[in-house]
Design a protein around this ligand. Sequence first.
Ligand SMILES: [Zn+2]
Length: 74
Amino acid sequence: MEFSIHDHASETYHPCKSARDGDWIIFTCPVCADYERRINWRTEELRVKGGKPEIQHSGEYIPGEYKHAFTATN
Ligand SMILES: [Zn+2]
């Protein structure tokens, strides 16, 4: 399983860092201190904070050590 975010609204591109916090995959931008996008891997709920519409944010989260947890829920 792989989680990714891709906004295609603009040509300004910021690669995001990703991390996992409990049920949430959290994407943060090293440039935009206020930007944060969260995806709940259980419910697929999406929450976005900060960021600017003219800036494209893209990131991926590939669970490695958590594969066991993902397969266990399916
Ligand atoms: Zn940014």
